[in-house]
Design a protein around this ligand. Structure first.
Ligand code: ZN
Length: 443
């Protein structure tokens, strides 16, 4: 009832409001909170009802699913319980895998996920320690196993390579998932309440947005983390700039744009490499199974973690800059897996982790209402970006010099410009500067 609105919304958060008033579902959450809460009790219900009516015609902001990760600060006792839960999940995973394998080997029966789910109560009877793990967490373990099976069969169907689902050693198994928020896991008053584990302190490093769907607890080199995967996270589109750009991925520089911007390859990995080597040597010197070796392994894992975080941070910053400035970003559709096979380039390419950057860039662009277009990479670094002539050059030649039209340009810049043109041709953008025909790019 509209007349109830001002009374009902006082002191309520927007998820509650949206539940009580389905019409609000169509509104951006900021509007729900600020408008309603600030006007509670002072605006007539007729006006509010009218506003709802009017606002619901405005198309809602696009939303995406996103994961929010926070560090946990469990007590010593909670840490023990978390570790035990991971251990039990690990055991269940391996046992369920074994069961599937033997069922097939001796009886030619392929067990389904449901059949395995149905056996959970029996397992709990036989092994009472499993009563200390939330049932949905156990179900999720079996679902995960099923997914790896499905993926394996899908790969085999398409003739792809890839191994059979394998047993997971304790050093590879680090996490467990509550597959329904509020069923065994939920945030309460700044804490994360986990069934069978307790109220765990969370470092809320940024606000949680959207509607949490699942909660995953994982153990990393420096402690415990929680990931909330949330649906309906609002993504305000970035203003359009009318600019398009081609991006070339280099070995010498991380990326080069057709506008002549060079972003250097980050040197931190090289710097970290010395550290990594030192740690690796330390691990290999120590006796297998010893306490000192375990310590060394933990040290090595920490260095790896630092490198990964620095790389991610770098990728996020670079992609934000591109998405802010350009509406359409053309990138080479590089087959990274193929290039890594080439030993000489392998290091640089793996370092740059192009595939990861592409994924981040594409996601950010989609969120901001912009687009990333992949262009087949053939000859982009060879062909002249002004006249289209093929100018063969080895990797060591850093400058493109065209004997036909006289264009002298940095090699990567020429490549980026070519990527932009080829991409615009693919999209059918009319109007070509120069004689290179966009209708038939030389690919
Ligand atoms: Zn030329």
């Amino acid at each position: 009832m509209p007349s109830d609105i001002p009374r009902l919304i006082k002191g309520r958060s927007s998820p509650h409001l949206r539940k009580a008033f389905p019409a609000l579902l169509k509104l951006p959450s900021l509007w729900t909170r600020s408008y309603f809460l600030s006007t509670a009790g002072t605006v007539s219900s007729a006006i509010i009802a009218h506003s709802i009516e009017r606002q619901s015609k405005v198309s809602p902001m696009p939303t995406v699913s996103k994961t929010f990760k926070y560090k946990l600060e469990p007590t010593a006792e909670q840490m023990r319980l978390l570790q035990r839960t991971v251990g039990l999940c690990n055991w269940l995973y391996n046992t369920a895998l074994e069961q599937r394998i033997t069922a097939w080997k001796y009886h030619r029966v392929s067990l389904t996920c449901y059949q395995q789910h149905a056996e959970l109560p029996e397992i709990k009877e036989a092994f009472p320690e499993f009563k200390n793990v939330h049932s949905q967490v156990l179900q999720d373990v079996l679902t995960c196993l099923d997914k790896t099976y499905q993926a394996f069969f899908a790969r085999r169907k398409t003739g792809g390579k890839g191994g059979f689902p394998r047993f997971q050693g304790s050093h590879r198994y680090h996490s467990f998932t509550y597959k329904q928020y509020q069923n065994g896991a939920y945030a309460d008053n700044g804490f994360l309440v986990l069934s069978k584990i307790g109220r765990v302190k969370v470092l809320w490093s940024r606000p949680l947005e959207g509607t949490p769907k699942t909660v995953t607890i994982s153990h990393e080199a420096d402690g415990w983390y929680v990931c909330f995967s949330c649906a309906g996270v609002e993504m305000p589109a970035l203003p359009k700039t009318g600019q398009e750009v081609g991006v070339d991925v280099g070995i010498k520089s991380f990326l080069t744009t057709s506008d002549g911007v060079h972003v250097g390859n980050p040197q931190w990995l090289r710097k970290m490499e010395k550290q990594l080597k030192w740690h690796q040597r330390r691990v290999s010197r120590r006796k297998q199974g010893s306490k000192r070796r375990k310590k060394a392994v933990a040290g090595l894992a920490k260095v790896y973690q630092t490198v990964r975080r620095q790389r991610e941070d770098f990728h996020h910053k670079q992609s934000v800059a591109l998405v802010k400035q350009y509406d359409v970003i053309y990138v080479e559709d590089l087959q990274v897996a193929n290039m890594v096979k080439n030993h000489h380039l392998a290091k640089s390419i793996s370092d740059a982790r192009w595939a990861q950057f592409r994924a981040i860039l594409t996601f950010k662009a989609a969120c901001a209402g912009k687009s990333v277009v992949a262009v087949p990479p053939a000859y982009t670094s060879q062909d002249c970006s002004r006249c289209g002539m093929r100018v063969q050059k080895s990797l060591s030649v850093r400058t493109h010099i065209c004997p036909q039209c006289g264009l002298v340009m940095d090699r990567d810049e020429n490549g980026a410009t070519h990527v932009k043109w080829a991409g615009q041709a693919l999209r059918g953008v009319p109007g070509l500067p120069g004689p290179l025909s966009r209708a038939s790019p030389r690919l």
